[in-house]
Design a protein around this ligand. Structure first.
Ligand SMILES: Cc1cc2nc3c(=O)[nH]c(=O)nc-3n(C[C@H](O)[C@H](O)[C@H](O)COP(=O)(O)OP(=O)(O)OC[C@H]3O[C@@H](n4cnc5c(N)ncnc54)[C@H](O)[C@@H]3O)c2cc1C
Length: 503
């Protein structure tokens, strides 16, 4: 295949997946990463004896035919060792009622939800049917949102009769589904849905698109599932890097892209990069795949043309995504409750609901007999960005103490039991991942901007492509891998090639 250069910006899961796929197809790919390590939000960091997952702690798409499994099979690299989470999460509504177990076995989950939310089965059945039709559509690799005839030619054949029926609910929210099935009076069910949906869509049941929410609510059960990777989340990035390098890819760490300039119709891009010694490098490429949040673009595009300016304004008008505060701690395993699950969600108003991930004994994150705990809470990035240094330190300490207290209360931990504890804030995420103001996750999956109505990987700037968690189908390592596959198919089709990956 033609050896034309492509530059990919950012070596998170989206950038690594896109780079590996393009390199395997014979393109000459340079992957530029600002950090000294790969992985981005799904990377890890080490503190003494402990390895902490920075952000992502569980993955979807590891089952046979799931997006990671499918791409790794195609790339001919081993899928990292992982075990399915069962339950995938235990949700404590913090109201004195029995916590809810998200079992992997569908019939066990059915029994659980019938006991927890009596009278809600019609809602769950409707979600299951919508999910079935979504899933068969998604497995035929549609291209969303549709921006030209080629996108349409990929999407139309993926539609089945059920999609036309479920399409009637395209503008509905999950709350509308609750109303439709007469379950909107169940406040406990609504609270549970709000907590779960927030994790995947950044929105509650009133604002999450029904079609997106239906799939999220079925993601934990067989034949799908959520997985805990042995070693650490870094295994996922390391394996993608292995594939990329094997196929001749060029990975440049500590190379920060600071400017992009297109040469109009020629389709050639100048990419300005700071190398590890702060020297300015000027690279040239026909195509650029940018995996940074699109909110980075207004600062990166030099002297934008009229069309480019209009596009930048659209981007600046996107609703601001959330930030995250993440606690990283460790302690001896015998200090944890005996049947402590891997993942736990605890409802709380202040500091916000906590999502906990606890390592298994000997899974590579802590020495035998010890465990790491990460606990994340959503936060508004504007609450952190504009603080003076002293106000920032004060706020950080305050949030830190609140989270620790909550963890100690729920897991019966003695304050002296902590072997390690630290906190990251949106400022830390901005530093680690280069995401503006430390925004994490993608755009909220509202009825007006999910899937068909979202931001397209195909931009109005000739040769500039987007992928990552702001592009369909959204956040999560599985979501960004799907977006990477989609952008590679579009880019290659644009160059007259086909990328066919067996299902
Ligand atoms: C707290 C938290 C918990 C999460 N939990 C889960 C979970 O359990 N499961 C799950 O599937 N997902 C989870 N996610 C979401 C998931 O981690 C992300 O959606 C996904 O990893 C994003 O990948 P990406 O490649 O699109 O972006 P990123 O991971 O942000 O990667 C972008 C890369 O670009 C680099 N970069 C930035 N600026 C520049 C520049 N100017 N030049 C060159 N390189 C640059 C960054 O250093 C980074 O490596 C979580 C996220 C967070 C923050």
């Amino acid at each position: 295949m033609a050896n034309q250069s492509i530059i990919v910006i950012g070596a998170g899961i989206a950038g690594l997946t896109a780079s590996a796929l393009l390199a395997k197809s014979g393109f000459s790919v340079t992957l530029l990463e600002a950090h000294n390590q790969i992985g981005g939000c799904a990377g890890t960091f080490r503190r003494g004896l402990y390895v902490f997952d920075v952000g992502a702690t569980q993955v979807a798409g590891f089952e046979k035919g799931g997006i990671h499994e499918r791409l790794f099979r195609y790339l001919n690299v081993p899928l990292p060792e992982a075990e399915v989470l069962d339950p995938s999460c235990i949700i404590d509504l913090n109201d004195g009622s029995r916590p809810i177990n998200l079992w992997h076995d569908p019939s066990r989950w059915k029994e659980e939800r019938q006991a927890q939310f009596p009278g809600s089965e019609t809602f769950w059945q409707l979600c299951a049917e919508l999910h079935q039709s979504n899933w068969s559509f998604a497995s035929r690799d549609p291209v969303l949102p549709i921006r030209n005839f080629w996108d349409l030619s990929q999407t139309f054949p993926a539609l089945g009769p059920l999609n036309f029926a479920s399409g009637l609910l395209t503008t509905c929210s999950v709350l509308d589904l609750l109303k439709l099935t007469g379950c909107d009076g169940d406040q406990r069910l609504k609270k549970f849905l709000d907590l779960q949906l927030r994790l995947y869509s950044q929105e509650n049941s009133a604002n999450t698109a029904a079609l997106y929410g239906a799939t999220v609510l079925n993601i934990s059960q067989a034949p799908l599932g959520l997985w805990h990777i042995k070693g650490s989340m870094q295994e996922l990035s390391n394996t993608l890097r292995q594939s990329f390098l094997k196929d001749g890819g060029n990975l440049l760490l500590r190379h920060r892209v600071i400017g992009l300039k297109s040469h109009g119709k020629s389709g050639i891009w100048n990419v300005e990069v700071l190398d590890p010694k702060n020297n300015l490098l000027k690279l040239i490429s026909n195509d650029i795949v940018c995996t940074l949040p699109p909110q980075c673009l207004p600062d990166l595009i030099f002297k934008p043309s009229r069309i480019e300016k209009k596009y930048m304004i659209n981007i600046q008008n996107l609703k601001q995504p959330s930030g995250a505060i993440v606690f990283y701690g460790s302690l001896a395993r015998d200090r944890l409750p005996p049947s402590c699950p891997n993942h736990l969600q605890i409802a709380c108003n202040d500091p916000g609901s906590l999502f906990l991930s606890i390592s298994n004994d000997g899974d590579g994150r802590a020495p035998l007999g010890q465990s790491t705990i990460t606990a994340s809470v959503f936060t508004k990035v504007n609450d952190w960005t504009f603080l003076s240094d002293s106000d920032y330190k004060y706020k950080k300490e305050k949030e830190f103490l609140k989270i620790i207290k909550l963890l100690e209360k729920f897991l019966y931990i003695n304050p002296h039991d902590w072997l390690h504890k630290e906190l990251s804030t949106p400022r830390s995420f901005e530093k680690w991942t280069g995401r503006p103001q430390g925004i994490v996750g993608g755009l909220g999956q509202r009825p007006r901007n999910f899937g068909p109505f979202g931001l397209s990987s195909r931009t109005p700037l000739n040769g500039l492509w987007l992928c990552g968690d702001s592009i369909h189908p959204g956040e999560g390592t599985a979501g960004v891998s799907q977006s990477a596959l989609m952008v590679c198919r579009q880019l290659m089709a644009n160059r007259g090639h086909k990328l066919n990956i067996p299902a």
